[in-house]
Design a binder for this molecule. Structure first.
Ligand SMILES: *Cc1c(COP(=O)(O)O)cnc(C)c1O
Length: 428
């Protein structure tokens, strides 16, 4: 047997992996027999880092012991708590610190960003998104159009895969931008498509859109903590991401938001940008004078509404510290490319006639996640997903026909990937 497809080889890869020790910083759920689950669902809900737990308990303790003084006292007072997350969040997406803020949740931030970056004028009224956008993104766009009294059918442009294909073809998008650019006000696309795992070319899309005077925003739910990005250099107008997927900050935890520097300085009256405002976006030096003249902070923080949920920010802080310990996003991506390639090779070697990987295979077109389709006649993908679960493997099922598997560089091992393919083969 080819050594490359043996358990010993997987064990050897783990022994050479400089990030192998990071698994010890996480709680891995257990199977009923006491073994670790084979957890491949970090693309949906990342596992708990020990440091996230520590940081949350620290905030609970401060609240217990200090009451209201917790806002100002201790190593991590709550008043500026979101600022403790800024540098690491910026590093994660390739932003300047003043361009990022952790606030609200993902869909809320998409709405806030569209309030500012979707301003239909004259002929330029359309929003372009992809046909299979995450439902929440689709609903958000649809309701923004309605809010502006724009006819939804006429103004929601959908970029679709070609008939019979699953993946989006960038050339098709560029053609739409070229031909209809004068009617498009905003493009909202994912960094990584959640169903197929396809990575979109953020840099080129942004450049092509800007050439036609179109604003561009990205939903980075599946890209943050997964890909290396340069949002600032790529001139992206805005981006939003959640923190509970590859950022391991717990269900519904506080989300991230990027607003390019060139828009941040655009404070209230002088600016063309609308904004929904709240007191946490107001100039810090006068916020507590409680006057009624809004002065936006000239950074992404100017879009904050409320004083943030500090317990949740604490989980994000612990999680970002964990990523920093691992050497940051570049170190994660380096391992991720190897780990996912290894899983892909194994599946293709062992299961080529029963499983088709719809995720693009080239490094720059994929992140951690592989989307698998069962190609055995009469075999239902959902039944296979259930069988995997009964054998201690946690993956994620997406209608109509895909099992998503995401080996995550922070806590998944090459041995995990080996056992996944072994069990998948047995289940089949
Ligand atoms: C996970 C995900 C969401 C979830 O939105 P919430 O507001 O966090 O509930 C939205 N959009 C995309 C693309 C996602 O992947």
């Amino acid at each position: 047997m080819n050594i490359q497809y043996t358990l010993n080889y997987a064990i050897q890869l783990d022994a050479q992996d400089p990030l192998a020790h990071m698994r010890d910083h996480f709680s891995i759920p257990k199977q009923t027999n006491g073994d670790d689950e084979l957890y491949f669902t970090g693309n949906s809900l990342g596992l708990q880092p020990a440091l996230a737990r520590e940081c949350v308990i620290e905030v609970l303790d401060a609240w217990q012991q200090r009451g209201v003084k917790g806002h100002f006292e201790g190593d991590y007072p709550w008043l500026p708590y979101h600022e403790f997350l800024t540098d690491e969040s910026a590093a994660l997406v390739g932003a300047k610190p003043e361009e990022v803020v952790m606030m609200n949740s993902l869909t809320t931030n998409l709405h806030l960003m569209m309030v500012s970056f979707y301003q239909p004028k004259g002929k330029k009224t359309k929003i372009l998104l992809e046909d299979h956008a995450f439902p929440s993104d689709h609903y958000a766009v649809e309701s923004q159009l309605k809010h502006h009294d724009q006819d939804v059918d006429d103004n929601m442009l959908l970029w679709q895969p070609r008939p019979g294909e699953e993946l989006l073809n960038h050339d098709d998008l560029y053609k739409i931008i070229e031909q209809q650019g004068d009617e498009i006000a905003l493009i909202l696309l994912p960094g990584v498509q959640y169903y197929t795992g396809q990575v979109l070319d953020i840099k080129t899309i942004t450049a092509k859109a800007h050439a036609q005077g179109i604003m561009v925003g990205f939903d980075l739910a599946h890209a943050a903590g997964n890909l290396v990005m340069e949002l600032h250099n790529w001139q992206v107008d805005f981006a939003c991401w959640c923190s509970y997927k590859y950022l391991n900050s717990g269900a519904g935890s506080v989300a991230g938001c990027f607003i390019h520097q060139k828009h941040c300085a655009n404070t209230d009256k002088a600016s063309q940008l609308n904004r929904f405002s709240g007191w946490w976006g107001h100039d810090k030096s006068t916020r507590f004078k409680m006057e009624n003249s809004f002065q936006a902070i000239p950074s992404a923080e100017g879009w904050q509404l409320s004083n943030p949920p500090v317990l949740s920010l604490a989980a994000v802080r612990g999680s970002l510290e964990t990523i920093k310990l691992a050497g940051g996003i570049t170190a994660l991506r380096n391992k991720s490319l190897k780990l996912t390639q290894y899983l892909m090779d194994l599946i293709q070697h062992e299961l080529a006639d029963s499983i088709r990987i719809i995720t693009p295979q080239q490094d720059h077109q994929r992140g951690c996640q592989l989307s698998l389709m069962v190609t055995v006649d009469g075999l239902d993908g959902k039944a296979l997903f259930n069988a995997l679960e009964q054998n201690g493997v946690t993956t994620d099922w997406r209608e109509p026909n895909v099992i998503r598997v995401a080996p995550v560089p922070l806590y998944n091992s090459f041995e995990d990937a080996f056992h996944f393919v072994r069990i998948l083969k047995e289940c089949l």
